[in-house]
Design a protein around this ligand. Structure first.
Ligand code: ZN
Ligand code: ZN
Length: 611
């Protein structure tokens, strides 16, 4: 009796031992796979995918072929996934082709692989092939193929995919919607992106961010800021990405009041401590003319990355604070490696500061010490700098020896230098190149007209005027604006549409009288109209920037700072006039034109008349 019980117990014990031994063996030894069930293979493959274990994956694949699982759709799908996760597109595609019935999931996996890693056109051709095989795409397929379209800027294919989306009824899906917006954004079609955005009823924050980014990427900063306001009204809580995009938009248009508002908003949400936000704020304050605030935020950064250094260096450069920009650069190089954007700032600081030798030194150091290949941006700064000093031949030689194709920025810098130094011959050559690159840009013809006029070559002036008339080109309409009490007031030249136009005119006359007494003589060279000198001086004195300044003078407290923005370069006469105005009215005037900042104070400008 006793013996029998013992035997039974022993037997069950040994069976247990055998089982647990077998279990631990199978866990640790991949080679012993013979008795595996389908479910086991699936979970092993799942682990391999997570760990991107390509080597054991290949062994398992070989094993599955031997054991007859080689054509199992579920296991093959997982294997394709494994190959893709390890960037082995070749084996993934080969296996995919061997599977007799590919389901939509499998197609998606392969399309995704190509959409992320390229070649992107394979993703697109797979997408079309899938339809040929009668497999209907779903809400996963579309974002993948749209990503491939974005990467290739293939708007035509993108539009066709959009049609399929509508036909299959996925147009209200947030993932598909975000994919469409992203595709249209990358292809520069903001209107279509917005239409997609408006179609989707239940928008999450990702959706909003996609649309904001679309505006930001395509230079629609104002729309970006408006949308950000709508998002707040809709009660959608922004993410750090939302605010970074919006702050960058405020920086692009130098919209200080909105920028400040976003700063406050970030603070209330507790995002202000994040370095990404701080860097965006540094850039925004620098571009909006508040370099001191930019500096104090920069100093409080936990970790100063290359983007943060770049934001402040470029900010200083733009405002003509060459010394500060170069000091900061020297500090930066102690522990951070500068990149090509850093040198855009450094060279532009040298350029705006008129530092020829320093500029040359930094340019050489960029190439030889930091092994950075100069881009057209670096070259245009150098050409501008060298050209300003009247070394036009050296500038031209540099263009001839560039390792990249010179763009309109480079030739434009040469043309501008020719204007300063009255070089007709080289000016004509630069204009010829500019006409090839941007035939419909009126500014180039105007500068050349200036060069001809200065040299008394009137036949040249009329030839260009004729050319502009034939091409139906008009000089860009100048516009200046100023923000007073959070409201933007914009002025065109000779504009009388402002509600306070009479008061503005009165103020201009009052200030002009004082300016003439102080020795101001209007310079009418920039006017090309066939009118007499009195009329010309009246036209110069009603330039948009003067109207904006006069409005600022009468609508802000005495001695407060004025911030004016203009869409074109400030003209020579207005530059002189604003110097007088700053002294007479005891105002600091920060003037942002299309090219740079001018800080007028006490009859002087920070640019030192060098722009
Ligand atoms: Zn002017
Ligand atoms: Zn200036």
């Amino acid at each position: 009796m006793l013996i029998r019980v013992q035997t039974k117990a022993t037997r069950s014990l040994s069976r247990y031992k055998f089982r647990s031994l077998h279990h631990s063996q199978t866990q640790h030894r991949h080679s012993n796979l013979t008795n595996r069930s389908h479910v086991d293979y699936q979970s092993i493959l799942k682990t391999f995918i997570a760990r991107r274990a390509i080597q054991p994956g290949r062994q398992l694949h070989a094993h599955l072929c031997v054991t007859g699982f080689g054509y199992d759709t579920i296991l093959c799908t997982k294997l394709v996934n494994l190959y893709l996760s390890c960037n082995d597109l070749f084996n993934a595609h080969q296996l995919f082709d061997k599977i007799p019935k590919q389901n939509v999931y499998l197609w998606n996996v392969l399309i995704r692989g190509y959409a992320w890693n390229g070649p992107y056109n394979v993703a697109i051709s797979l997408y079309y092939k899938m339809s040929e095989y009668g497999v209907v795409p779903d809400n996963y397929t579309f974002p993948f193929v749209l990503k491939a379209c974005s990467n290739l800027s293939a708007i035509d294919v993108g539009r066709e995919v959009h049609e399929h989306v509508v036909r299959t009824g996925w147009e209200k899906d947030v993932f598909v919607g975000a994919g469409l917006i992203d595709m249209y954004a990358k292809c520069g079609n903001v209107g279509s992106a917005r239409r997609v955005f408006d179609t989707i009823v239940e928008r999450d924050v990702v959706m909003w961010n996609s649309m904001l980014t679309c505006y930001g990427q395509n230079g629609c900063a104002k729309d970006c800021l408006v949308l950000c306001g709508e998002m707040a009204v809709d009660g959608v809580r922004p993410t750090v990405a939302t605010l970074v995009t919006a702050i960058a938009a405020a920086a692009d248009v130098a919209a200080l009041p909105q920028g400040r508002e976003l700063h406050g908003y970030s603070w209330r949400l507790g995002f202000e401590i994040q370095d990404k936000i701080k860097t965006a704020l540094v850039d925004m304050y620098a571009k909006s003319g508040s370099v001191k605030i930019a500096r104090s935020i920069f100093d409080r950064l936990m970790e100063k990355r290359v983007v943060s250094w770049n934001a402040l260096i470029n900010g200083y450069a733009m405002h003509g604070h060459a010394t500060e920009a170069l000091d900061l650069f020297e500090k930066m190089t102690r522990d951070t490696r500068p990149d090509h954007i850093t040198f855009v700032g450094v060279l532009s600081a040298c350029n705006h500061g008129g530092l020829l030798n320093k500029g040359r030194e930094y340019f050489d150091s960029m190439i030889h010490n930091y092994k950075i290949t100069p881009t057209v941006q670096h070259y245009s700064s150098m050409i501008d700098l060298i050209g300003h000093y009247g070394r036009l031949d050296e500038a031209y030689n540099m263009i001839l020896n560039m390792n990249v194709t010179p763009d309109s920025g480079v030739w434009g810098a040469l043309l501008n230098s020719c204007k300063i130094h009255g070089n007709v011959e080289l000016g004509e050559l630069a204009l010829e190149k500019l006409i090839e690159l941007e035939p419909n840009e009126p500014g180039n013809y105007v500068i050349m007209s200036n060069i001809y006029a200065q040299a008394g070559k009137w036949e040249g002036v009329s030839k260009l005027r004729e050319l502009m008339t034939n091409k139906k080109l008009q000089k860009d309409i100048a516009c200046s604006w100023i923000e007073v009490n959070n409201k933007v007031h914009a002025f065109l030249s000779g504009d009388t549409s402002h509600v306070m136009s009479d008061e503005i005119d009165e103020e201009l006359k009052r200030v002009e009288k004082l300016m003439y007494e102080a020795g101001y003589v209007p310079n009418v060279a920039p006017v090309f109209h066939d009118v007499d000198d009195d009329e010309k001086s009246r036209m110069v004195c009603r330039h948009s920037e003067r109207l904006a300044i006069a409005f600022g003078l009468i609508s802000t407290p005495p001695k407060s700072k004025l911030l004016i923005t203009k869409n074109l370069r400030v003209c020579e006469d207005c530059h002189v006039a604003i110097k007088f105005i700053s002294k007479i009215t005891e105002r600091e005037i920060v003037f942002r034109d299309v090219n740079r900042y001018h800080h007028f104070k006490d009859g002087m400008c920070s640019c030192g008349d060098y722009w």
